[in-house]
Design a protein around this ligand. Structure first.
Ligand SMILES: *Cc1c(COP(=O)(O)O)cnc(C)c1O
Length: 492
Protein backbone atom coordinates (compact mmCIF):
# COMPACT_ATOMS: atom_id res chain seq x y z
CA UNK A 1 0.00 0.00 0.00
CA UNK A 2 1.16 3.49 -0.81
CA UNK A 3 1.33 5.81 2.18
CA UNK A 4 0.42 9.19 0.71
CA UNK A 5 1.01 12.46 2.46
CA UNK A 6 -2.76 12.81 2.88
CA UNK A 7 -3.03 9.40 4.52
CA UNK A 8 -0.20 10.09 6.94
CA UNK A 9 -1.61 13.48 7.84
CA UNK A 10 -5.05 12.03 8.41
CA UNK A 11 -3.75 9.21 10.58
CA UNK A 12 -2.08 11.79 12.76
CA UNK A 13 -4.99 14.14 12.78
CA UNK A 14 -7.25 14.57 15.72
CA UNK A 15 -10.76 14.57 14.30
CA UNK A 16 -12.48 16.55 17.01
CA UNK A 17 -14.12 19.67 15.67
CA UNK A 18 -12.90 23.07 16.71
CA UNK A 19 -16.09 23.50 18.74
CA UNK A 20 -15.37 20.35 20.68
CA UNK A 21 -11.87 21.49 21.57
CA UNK A 22 -13.21 24.56 23.30
CA UNK A 23 -12.13 25.15 26.90
CA UNK A 24 -13.85 28.02 28.78
CA UNK A 25 -11.53 30.97 29.22
CA UNK A 26 -8.95 29.89 26.64
CA UNK A 27 -8.19 32.88 24.45
CA UNK A 28 -7.15 32.93 20.79
CA UNK A 29 -7.19 36.62 19.97
CA UNK A 30 -5.33 39.68 21.12
CA UNK A 31 -7.43 42.80 20.66
CA UNK A 32 -5.85 46.25 20.66
CA UNK A 33 -7.00 48.73 23.27
CA UNK A 34 -10.08 50.71 22.26
CA UNK A 35 -9.32 54.13 20.79
CA UNK A 36 -12.96 55.25 20.64
CA UNK A 37 -15.30 56.14 23.51
CA UNK A 38 -17.18 53.20 25.02
CA UNK A 39 -20.81 52.85 23.88
CA UNK A 40 -23.74 51.15 25.54
CA UNK A 41 -24.76 47.82 23.93
CA UNK A 42 -27.86 47.92 21.74
CA UNK A 43 -31.22 46.80 22.94
CA UNK A 44 -31.01 43.40 24.65
CA UNK A 45 -33.64 42.07 22.25
CA UNK A 46 -31.10 42.46 19.45
CA UNK A 47 -28.38 40.46 21.20
CA UNK A 48 -28.13 36.71 20.72
CA UNK A 49 -27.91 34.64 23.87
CA UNK A 50 -27.23 31.36 22.12
CA UNK A 51 -24.20 32.29 20.05
CA UNK A 52 -21.62 29.75 21.04
CA UNK A 53 -18.08 30.39 19.84
CA UNK A 54 -15.20 28.02 20.48
CA UNK A 55 -12.60 29.16 22.98
CA UNK A 56 -9.27 27.95 21.63
CA UNK A 57 -5.74 29.26 21.23
CA UNK A 58 -4.38 30.70 17.99
CA UNK A 59 -2.00 27.75 17.64
CA UNK A 60 -4.86 25.28 17.85
CA UNK A 61 -6.79 27.17 15.20
CA UNK A 62 -3.79 27.17 12.84
CA UNK A 63 -3.18 23.44 13.32
CA UNK A 64 -6.84 22.66 12.93
CA UNK A 65 -7.25 24.42 9.60
CA UNK A 66 -3.83 23.42 8.27
CA UNK A 67 -4.58 19.75 8.93
CA UNK A 68 -8.00 20.14 7.41
CA UNK A 69 -6.51 21.69 4.26
CA UNK A 70 -4.14 18.73 3.92
CA UNK A 71 -7.06 16.32 3.75
CA UNK A 72 -7.92 17.82 0.38
CA UNK A 73 -7.08 15.61 -2.54
CA UNK A 74 -5.53 17.91 -5.11
CA UNK A 75 -3.80 17.87 -8.45
CA UNK A 76 -0.82 19.50 -6.73
CA UNK A 77 -0.38 16.41 -4.56
CA UNK A 78 -1.60 13.40 -6.56
CA UNK A 79 -2.74 12.05 -9.94
CA UNK A 80 -6.34 13.06 -10.59
CA UNK A 81 -7.73 11.28 -13.67
CA UNK A 82 -11.32 12.51 -13.25
CA UNK A 83 -12.76 12.17 -16.76
CA UNK A 84 -14.40 15.20 -18.39
CA UNK A 85 -13.05 17.43 -15.61
CA UNK A 86 -9.51 17.98 -16.96
CA UNK A 87 -7.57 18.04 -13.73
CA UNK A 88 -4.34 19.02 -15.44
CA UNK A 89 -1.47 20.73 -13.69
CA UNK A 90 -2.09 24.48 -13.42
CA UNK A 91 1.19 26.38 -13.86
CA UNK A 92 1.88 28.67 -10.90
CA UNK A 93 2.86 31.49 -13.23
CA UNK A 94 -0.86 31.88 -14.02
CA UNK A 95 -1.56 32.69 -10.37
CA UNK A 96 1.41 35.04 -10.26
CA UNK A 97 0.00 37.01 -13.19
CA UNK A 98 -3.52 37.12 -11.77
CA UNK A 99 -2.07 38.35 -8.46
CA UNK A 100 -0.21 41.33 -9.98
CA UNK A 101 -1.49 44.42 -8.22
CA UNK A 102 -2.70 46.12 -11.41
CA UNK A 103 -4.96 43.15 -12.11
CA UNK A 104 -5.87 42.00 -8.61
CA UNK A 105 -6.75 45.48 -7.35
CA UNK A 106 -8.59 46.68 -10.45
CA UNK A 107 -12.12 47.77 -9.67
CA UNK A 108 -14.84 46.81 -12.14
CA UNK A 109 -16.43 50.26 -11.97
CA UNK A 110 -13.31 52.14 -13.02
CA UNK A 111 -13.67 53.91 -16.35
CA UNK A 112 -12.51 52.27 -19.57
CA UNK A 113 -9.87 54.97 -19.90
CA UNK A 114 -8.29 53.95 -16.58
CA UNK A 115 -8.51 50.27 -17.48
CA UNK A 116 -6.74 50.07 -20.82
CA UNK A 117 -4.33 47.37 -19.61
CA UNK A 118 -6.99 45.01 -18.28
CA UNK A 119 -9.16 45.63 -21.33
CA UNK A 120 -6.24 44.83 -23.61
CA UNK A 121 -5.77 41.48 -21.85
CA UNK A 122 -9.46 40.70 -22.38
CA UNK A 123 -9.34 41.83 -25.99
CA UNK A 124 -6.31 39.71 -26.78
CA UNK A 125 -7.89 36.72 -25.02
CA UNK A 126 -11.04 37.17 -27.12
CA UNK A 127 -8.75 37.05 -30.18
CA UNK A 128 -6.96 33.90 -29.00
CA UNK A 129 -10.25 32.10 -28.39
CA UNK A 130 -11.68 33.19 -31.75
CA UNK A 131 -8.54 31.86 -33.42
CA UNK A 132 -8.62 28.53 -31.52
CA UNK A 133 -12.30 27.91 -32.31
CA UNK A 134 -12.40 29.41 -35.83
CA UNK A 135 -15.19 31.77 -34.78
CA UNK A 136 -15.95 35.44 -35.52
CA UNK A 137 -17.02 36.80 -32.11
CA UNK A 138 -16.36 36.07 -28.43
CA UNK A 139 -17.88 37.12 -25.12
CA UNK A 140 -15.87 36.31 -21.99
CA UNK A 141 -18.64 37.02 -19.49
CA UNK A 142 -20.25 33.62 -18.71
CA UNK A 143 -19.00 32.38 -15.34
CA UNK A 144 -18.94 28.60 -15.91
CA UNK A 145 -19.38 26.02 -18.64
CA UNK A 146 -23.06 25.52 -17.93
CA UNK A 147 -23.50 29.29 -17.86
CA UNK A 148 -21.89 29.51 -21.32
CA UNK A 149 -24.33 26.86 -22.52
CA UNK A 150 -27.27 28.88 -21.27
CA UNK A 151 -25.92 32.04 -22.93
CA UNK A 152 -25.32 30.09 -26.15
CA UNK A 153 -28.79 28.57 -26.31
CA UNK A 154 -30.34 31.96 -25.56
CA UNK A 155 -28.37 33.34 -28.53
CA UNK A 156 -29.72 30.54 -30.73
CA UNK A 157 -33.21 31.44 -29.59
CA UNK A 158 -32.63 35.15 -30.33
CA UNK A 159 -31.15 34.38 -33.76
CA UNK A 160 -34.09 32.14 -34.69
CA UNK A 161 -36.52 34.83 -33.59
CA UNK A 162 -34.63 37.36 -35.70
CA UNK A 163 -35.08 35.03 -38.68
CA UNK A 164 -38.81 34.89 -37.96
CA UNK A 165 -38.40 31.27 -36.83
CA UNK A 166 -39.28 31.62 -33.17
CA UNK A 167 -41.79 28.78 -33.39
CA UNK A 168 -38.96 26.21 -33.53
CA UNK A 169 -38.93 24.55 -30.11
CA UNK A 170 -37.13 21.22 -30.47
CA UNK A 171 -33.51 20.79 -29.35
CA UNK A 172 -31.67 17.55 -30.13
CA UNK A 173 -29.16 16.30 -27.57
CA UNK A 174 -27.14 13.07 -27.80
CA UNK A 175 -27.89 10.66 -24.98
CA UNK A 176 -24.21 10.62 -23.98
CA UNK A 177 -24.25 14.40 -23.29
CA UNK A 178 -23.26 16.13 -20.06
CA UNK A 179 -26.35 16.70 -17.91
CA UNK A 180 -25.96 20.46 -18.12
CA UNK A 181 -26.89 20.36 -21.84
CA UNK A 182 -30.54 19.30 -21.46
CA UNK A 183 -30.81 21.58 -18.41
CA UNK A 184 -29.63 24.62 -20.42
CA UNK A 185 -32.00 23.79 -23.29
CA UNK A 186 -34.97 23.30 -20.95
CA UNK A 187 -34.22 26.55 -19.09
CA UNK A 188 -34.29 28.35 -22.43
CA UNK A 189 -37.75 27.01 -23.14
CA UNK A 190 -36.80 24.15 -25.46
CA UNK A 191 -38.22 20.70 -25.67
CA UNK A 192 -35.35 18.19 -25.51
CA UNK A 193 -35.21 15.18 -27.82
CA UNK A 194 -32.57 12.60 -26.96
CA UNK A 195 -30.55 11.17 -29.87
CA UNK A 196 -28.78 7.81 -29.54
CA UNK A 197 -25.25 6.93 -30.66
CA UNK A 198 -24.77 4.43 -33.47
CA UNK A 199 -22.95 1.16 -32.84
CA UNK A 200 -19.55 2.83 -33.30
CA UNK A 201 -20.26 5.55 -30.73
CA UNK A 202 -20.91 8.33 -33.30
CA UNK A 203 -24.19 10.24 -33.39
CA UNK A 204 -26.94 8.29 -35.15
CA UNK A 205 -27.51 10.33 -38.33
CA UNK A 206 -30.74 8.55 -39.20
CA UNK A 207 -32.18 9.63 -35.86
CA UNK A 208 -31.08 13.22 -36.57
CA UNK A 209 -32.69 13.09 -40.04
CA UNK A 210 -35.95 11.83 -38.54
CA UNK A 211 -36.14 14.85 -36.22
CA UNK A 212 -35.00 17.45 -38.78
CA UNK A 213 -38.26 19.23 -39.52
CA UNK A 214 -39.79 22.69 -39.36
CA UNK A 215 -39.98 22.54 -35.55
CA UNK A 216 -36.23 21.94 -35.13
CA UNK A 217 -34.39 24.73 -33.28
CA UNK A 218 -31.04 22.97 -33.27
CA UNK A 219 -28.72 20.47 -31.66
CA UNK A 220 -26.37 20.66 -28.67
CA UNK A 221 -23.38 18.57 -29.45
CA UNK A 222 -20.13 17.73 -27.67
CA UNK A 223 -16.99 17.25 -29.74
CA UNK A 224 -15.00 15.21 -28.74
CA UNK A 225 -17.98 13.34 -27.33
CA UNK A 226 -18.25 12.41 -23.68
CA UNK A 227 -17.24 8.91 -24.76
CA UNK A 228 -13.78 10.38 -25.49
CA UNK A 229 -14.29 9.89 -29.22
CA UNK A 230 -13.96 12.24 -32.18
CA UNK A 231 -17.43 12.01 -33.64
CA UNK A 232 -16.95 11.33 -37.36
CA UNK A 233 -20.57 12.26 -38.13
CA UNK A 234 -20.33 15.80 -36.72
CA UNK A 235 -19.93 17.59 -40.05
CA UNK A 236 -22.77 15.68 -41.68
CA UNK A 237 -24.94 16.30 -38.61
CA UNK A 238 -24.28 20.07 -38.94
CA UNK A 239 -25.31 19.92 -42.61
CA UNK A 240 -28.55 18.11 -41.77
CA UNK A 241 -29.48 20.51 -38.97
CA UNK A 242 -28.62 23.61 -41.03
CA UNK A 243 -30.51 22.17 -43.98
CA UNK A 244 -33.61 21.93 -41.79
CA UNK A 245 -33.21 25.54 -40.63
CA UNK A 246 -31.71 24.82 -37.19
CA UNK A 247 -28.52 26.01 -35.48
CA UNK A 248 -25.71 23.99 -33.94
CA UNK A 249 -24.43 24.42 -30.38
CA UNK A 250 -21.00 22.99 -29.59
CA UNK A 251 -20.12 22.02 -26.03
CA UNK A 252 -16.38 22.76 -26.04
CA UNK A 253 -15.78 22.20 -22.33
CA UNK A 254 -12.99 19.75 -23.11
CA UNK A 255 -10.82 21.06 -25.93
CA UNK A 256 -7.55 19.45 -24.85
CA UNK A 257 -7.51 16.96 -27.71
CA UNK A 258 -8.32 19.49 -30.42
CA UNK A 259 -6.20 22.54 -29.53
CA UNK A 260 -4.27 23.78 -32.54
CA UNK A 261 -5.63 20.98 -34.74
CA UNK A 262 -9.40 21.20 -35.18
CA UNK A 263 -11.52 24.36 -35.08
CA UNK A 264 -15.13 23.68 -34.18
CA UNK A 265 -16.20 26.65 -36.30
CA UNK A 266 -14.80 24.87 -39.35
CA UNK A 267 -16.85 21.75 -38.60
CA UNK A 268 -20.04 23.81 -38.88
CA UNK A 269 -20.84 24.81 -35.29
CA UNK A 270 -22.60 28.16 -34.83
CA UNK A 271 -21.82 28.74 -31.16
CA UNK A 272 -19.33 27.06 -28.85
CA UNK A 273 -18.51 27.54 -25.19
CA UNK A 274 -15.07 26.85 -23.74
CA UNK A 275 -14.23 26.00 -20.15
CA UNK A 276 -11.21 28.15 -19.36
CA UNK A 277 -11.01 26.40 -15.98
CA UNK A 278 -10.55 23.04 -17.67
CA UNK A 279 -8.72 23.42 -20.96
CA UNK A 280 -6.85 26.60 -20.10
CA UNK A 281 -5.66 25.63 -16.65
CA UNK A 282 -7.28 27.55 -13.85
CA UNK A 283 -7.57 25.61 -10.59
CA UNK A 284 -11.15 24.39 -10.29
CA UNK A 285 -13.43 22.11 -8.33
CA UNK A 286 -15.50 22.70 -5.24
CA UNK A 287 -17.53 25.30 -7.07
CA UNK A 288 -14.66 27.79 -7.33
CA UNK A 289 -14.60 30.57 -9.91
CA UNK A 290 -14.65 29.53 -13.54
CA UNK A 291 -15.19 31.05 -16.96
CA UNK A 292 -17.23 29.72 -19.88
CA UNK A 293 -16.70 32.17 -22.78
CA UNK A 294 -18.95 31.81 -25.81
CA UNK A 295 -17.56 31.94 -29.35
CA UNK A 296 -19.90 32.49 -32.29
CA UNK A 297 -20.24 32.90 -36.05
CA UNK A 298 -20.68 36.23 -37.82
CA UNK A 299 -24.48 35.72 -37.80
CA UNK A 300 -24.70 35.24 -34.03
CA UNK A 301 -22.10 37.88 -33.02
CA UNK A 302 -24.68 40.70 -32.64
CA UNK A 303 -26.47 38.60 -29.98
CA UNK A 304 -23.44 38.02 -27.73
CA UNK A 305 -23.95 38.74 -24.01
CA UNK A 306 -22.32 42.03 -23.04
CA UNK A 307 -20.04 43.57 -22.37
CA UNK A 308 -17.45 42.61 -24.95
CA UNK A 309 -14.19 44.47 -25.48
CA UNK A 310 -13.86 46.30 -28.76
CA UNK A 311 -10.81 48.09 -30.10
CA UNK A 312 -10.83 51.23 -32.13
CA UNK A 313 -8.47 54.18 -32.29
CA UNK A 314 -9.84 57.17 -30.41
CA UNK A 315 -8.77 60.76 -29.95
CA UNK A 316 -8.30 60.37 -26.22
CA UNK A 317 -5.81 57.57 -26.85
CA UNK A 318 -8.08 55.04 -25.16
CA UNK A 319 -8.08 52.21 -27.65
CA UNK A 320 -10.16 49.58 -25.85
CA UNK A 321 -13.76 49.96 -24.70
CA UNK A 322 -16.45 47.78 -23.17
CA UNK A 323 -19.37 47.64 -25.58
CA UNK A 324 -22.76 46.04 -25.80
CA UNK A 325 -23.33 44.07 -29.02
CA UNK A 326 -26.22 45.60 -31.04
CA UNK A 327 -28.81 42.85 -30.42
CA UNK A 328 -27.27 41.46 -27.23
CA UNK A 329 -29.21 38.90 -25.21
CA UNK A 330 -28.14 41.17 -22.30
CA UNK A 331 -25.88 40.54 -19.38
CA UNK A 332 -25.48 37.07 -17.93
CA UNK A 333 -23.48 38.14 -14.87
CA UNK A 334 -22.15 41.12 -12.98
CA UNK A 335 -19.51 43.35 -14.57
CA UNK A 336 -16.99 41.75 -16.96
CA UNK A 337 -16.90 38.11 -15.85
CA UNK A 338 -14.40 36.32 -13.62
CA UNK A 339 -11.46 38.47 -14.51
CA UNK A 340 -8.87 36.51 -12.46
CA UNK A 341 -9.70 33.37 -14.45
CA UNK A 342 -9.37 35.32 -17.70
CA UNK A 343 -5.88 36.53 -16.74
CA UNK A 344 -4.82 32.95 -15.95
CA UNK A 345 -6.04 31.65 -19.31
CA UNK A 346 -4.41 34.58 -21.12
CA UNK A 347 -1.11 33.89 -19.35
CA UNK A 348 -1.28 30.19 -20.14
CA UNK A 349 -1.99 30.67 -23.85
CA UNK A 350 0.58 33.46 -24.23
CA UNK A 351 3.25 31.41 -22.51
CA UNK A 352 2.68 28.26 -24.54
CA UNK A 353 1.98 29.90 -27.91
CA UNK A 354 0.66 28.19 -31.00
CA UNK A 355 3.13 25.31 -30.94
CA UNK A 356 2.41 24.80 -27.24
CA UNK A 357 -1.31 24.45 -28.00
CA UNK A 358 -0.47 21.69 -30.49
CA UNK A 359 1.80 20.02 -27.93
CA UNK A 360 -1.08 19.97 -25.44
CA UNK A 361 -3.35 18.11 -27.83
CA UNK A 362 -0.59 15.73 -28.95
CA UNK A 363 0.25 14.73 -25.37
CA UNK A 364 -3.35 14.62 -24.12
CA UNK A 365 -4.23 12.18 -26.91
CA UNK A 366 -1.04 10.16 -26.49
CA UNK A 367 -1.56 9.74 -22.73
CA UNK A 368 -5.19 8.68 -23.10
CA UNK A 369 -4.36 6.14 -25.79
CA UNK A 370 -1.44 4.82 -23.73
CA UNK A 371 -3.78 4.14 -20.80
CA UNK A 372 -6.33 2.63 -23.16
CA UNK A 373 -3.75 0.17 -24.49
CA UNK A 374 -2.36 -0.73 -21.07
CA UNK A 375 -5.73 -1.09 -19.29
CA UNK A 376 -7.50 -3.07 -21.99
CA UNK A 377 -6.63 -6.43 -20.47
CA UNK A 378 -8.35 -5.34 -17.23
CA UNK A 379 -11.61 -3.81 -18.40
CA UNK A 380 -14.25 -3.97 -21.12
CA UNK A 381 -13.88 -1.32 -23.79
CA UNK A 382 -17.34 -0.50 -25.19
CA UNK A 383 -16.03 1.39 -28.24
CA UNK A 384 -12.78 0.01 -29.52
CA UNK A 385 -11.23 2.81 -31.54
CA UNK A 386 -8.56 5.45 -30.98
CA UNK A 387 -9.63 7.89 -28.29
CA UNK A 388 -9.11 11.62 -27.85
CA UNK A 389 -8.27 13.11 -24.42
CA UNK A 390 -10.02 10.44 -22.34
CA UNK A 391 -11.05 6.80 -22.44
CA UNK A 392 -14.24 5.22 -21.13
CA UNK A 393 -14.04 1.65 -19.86
CA UNK A 394 -16.74 -0.52 -18.38
CA UNK A 395 -16.20 -2.43 -15.14
CA UNK A 396 -19.16 -4.73 -15.80
CA UNK A 397 -18.80 -8.50 -15.52
CA UNK A 398 -16.19 -8.25 -12.79
CA UNK A 399 -16.41 -10.52 -9.83
CA UNK A 400 -16.42 -8.61 -6.54
CA UNK A 401 -15.64 -5.22 -8.08
CA UNK A 402 -18.10 -2.77 -9.53
CA UNK A 403 -16.93 0.60 -10.84
CA UNK A 404 -17.50 2.17 -7.44
CA UNK A 405 -15.37 -0.48 -5.68
CA UNK A 406 -12.45 0.02 -8.05
CA UNK A 407 -12.77 3.80 -7.65
CA UNK A 408 -12.88 3.70 -3.86
CA UNK A 409 -9.92 1.35 -3.64
CA UNK A 410 -7.84 3.64 -5.89
CA UNK A 411 -8.02 6.26 -3.12
CA UNK A 412 -6.10 3.86 -0.86
CA UNK A 413 -3.34 3.75 -3.47
CA UNK A 414 -3.09 7.54 -3.58
CA UNK A 415 -4.96 8.13 -6.83
CA UNK A 416 -8.14 10.11 -7.31
CA UNK A 417 -10.97 8.00 -8.71
CA UNK A 418 -11.93 8.32 -12.37
CA UNK A 419 -15.37 9.71 -13.17
CA UNK A 420 -17.75 6.79 -12.70
CA UNK A 421 -21.24 5.91 -13.90
CA UNK A 422 -20.94 8.62 -16.57
CA UNK A 423 -21.61 8.76 -19.47
CA UNK A 424 -24.89 7.07 -18.68
CA UNK A 425 -24.87 5.07 -21.92
CA UNK A 426 -21.99 2.89 -20.64
CA UNK A 427 -22.79 0.31 -17.99
CA UNK A 428 -20.47 0.56 -14.93
CA UNK A 429 -18.56 3.36 -16.65
CA UNK A 430 -15.05 4.37 -15.63
CA UNK A 431 -14.07 7.52 -17.48
CA UNK A 432 -10.34 8.18 -17.28
CA UNK A 433 -8.72 11.45 -18.36
CA UNK A 434 -4.98 11.43 -17.75
CA UNK A 435 -4.38 14.93 -19.23
CA UNK A 436 -1.23 15.98 -21.05
CA UNK A 437 0.68 17.01 -17.94
CA UNK A 438 1.29 13.53 -16.50
CA UNK A 439 4.50 11.57 -17.00
CA UNK A 440 4.76 7.99 -18.19
CA UNK A 441 5.96 6.99 -14.71
CA UNK A 442 2.75 8.29 -13.15
CA UNK A 443 0.58 6.55 -15.72
CA UNK A 444 2.49 3.29 -15.16
CA UNK A 445 2.03 3.54 -11.39
CA UNK A 446 -1.70 4.04 -11.96
CA UNK A 447 -1.86 0.95 -14.17
CA UNK A 448 0.03 -1.05 -11.51
CA UNK A 449 -2.47 0.03 -8.85
CA UNK A 450 -5.41 -1.06 -11.01
CA UNK A 451 -3.72 -4.41 -11.64
CA UNK A 452 -3.26 -4.95 -7.92
CA UNK A 453 -6.89 -4.01 -7.30
CA UNK A 454 -7.86 -6.60 -9.87
CA UNK A 455 -5.83 -9.23 -7.98
CA UNK A 456 -7.38 -8.18 -4.68
CA UNK A 457 -10.86 -8.61 -6.13
CA UNK A 458 -9.99 -12.02 -7.51
CA UNK A 459 -8.53 -13.17 -4.17
CA UNK A 460 -11.44 -12.01 -2.01
CA UNK A 461 -14.82 -11.17 -3.46
CA UNK A 462 -15.78 -8.93 -0.53
CA UNK A 463 -12.56 -7.07 0.14
CA UNK A 464 -13.16 -4.13 -2.20
CA UNK A 465 -16.65 -3.49 -0.84
CA UNK A 466 -15.09 -2.02 2.29
CA UNK A 467 -12.67 0.30 0.51
CA UNK A 468 -11.33 2.89 1.06
CA UNK A 469 -9.55 1.71 4.21
CA UNK A 470 -6.94 4.43 4.76
CA UNK A 471 -8.82 7.68 4.14
CA UNK A 472 -10.06 9.77 7.10
CA UNK A 473 -13.63 8.82 6.27
CA UNK A 474 -14.26 5.46 4.71
CA UNK A 475 -17.16 4.55 2.47
CA UNK A 476 -20.19 6.75 2.95
CA UNK A 477 -23.76 5.63 2.89
CA UNK A 478 -24.58 7.83 -0.09
CA UNK A 479 -28.35 7.51 0.18
CA UNK A 480 -28.27 8.54 3.84
CA UNK A 481 -25.81 11.35 3.15
CA UNK A 482 -28.29 12.78 0.64
CA UNK A 483 -31.46 12.22 2.71
CA UNK A 484 -30.22 13.03 6.19
CA UNK A 485 -27.36 15.46 5.64
CA UNK A 486 -25.52 16.48 8.77
CA UNK A 487 -24.43 19.95 7.82
CA UNK A 488 -23.69 21.84 11.00
CA UNK A 489 -22.44 21.35 14.49
CA UNK A 490 -25.02 21.69 17.25
CA UNK A 491 -24.33 22.03 20.91
CA UNK A 492 -25.78 19.01 22.72
C1 LIG B 1 -17.57 20.33 -17.21
C2 LIG B 1 -18.48 20.24 -18.35
C3 LIG B 1 -19.58 21.12 -18.48
C4 LIG B 1 -19.99 22.12 -17.41
O1 LIG B 1 -18.97 23.00 -17.02
P1 LIG B 1 -19.11 23.78 -15.61
O2 LIG B 1 -18.03 24.79 -15.64
O3 LIG B 1 -18.92 22.74 -14.56
O4 LIG B 1 -20.47 24.38 -15.55
C5 LIG B 1 -20.36 21.02 -19.61
N1 LIG B 1 -20.12 20.09 -20.56
C6 LIG B 1 -19.08 19.22 -20.46
C7 LIG B 1 -18.85 18.23 -21.56
C8 LIG B 1 -18.23 19.26 -19.35
O5 LIG B 1 -17.22 18.39 -19.25
Amino acid sequence: MVATAANVASAQMDHRLLMERSVPGRVGVTLPGSDVPAQALPDAAMLRQDLYLPEVTEGEVVRYFTNLSQLNFSVDTNFYPLGSCTMKYNPKVNDWAAGLAGFAHAHPMQSDRQMQGTLEVMHRLQGYLAELTGMAGVSLTPLAGAHGELAGVLMIRAALQARGQGHRKKMLIPESAHGTNPASAAMSGYHVVSIPSDKNGDIDLDAVRREAGDDLAGVMFTQPTTLGLFDRNAEEMCRIVHGAGGLVYGDGANMNALLGRVKLGHLGFDVVHLNLHKTFSTPHGGGGPGAGPVCVTEELAPFLPGPVVSAQPSESGARYALTKPPRSIGRVGGYQGNFGVLVRAFTYITLLGGQGMRDISANAVLNANYLKARLRPLFDLPFDRPVMHEVVFSARKRKGARAIDVSKRLLDYGFHAPTMYFPLVVDEALMIEPTETESKETLDAFVDALRRIDEEAAADEHFLHGAPYTTPISRLDEAKAARQPYLRWKRE
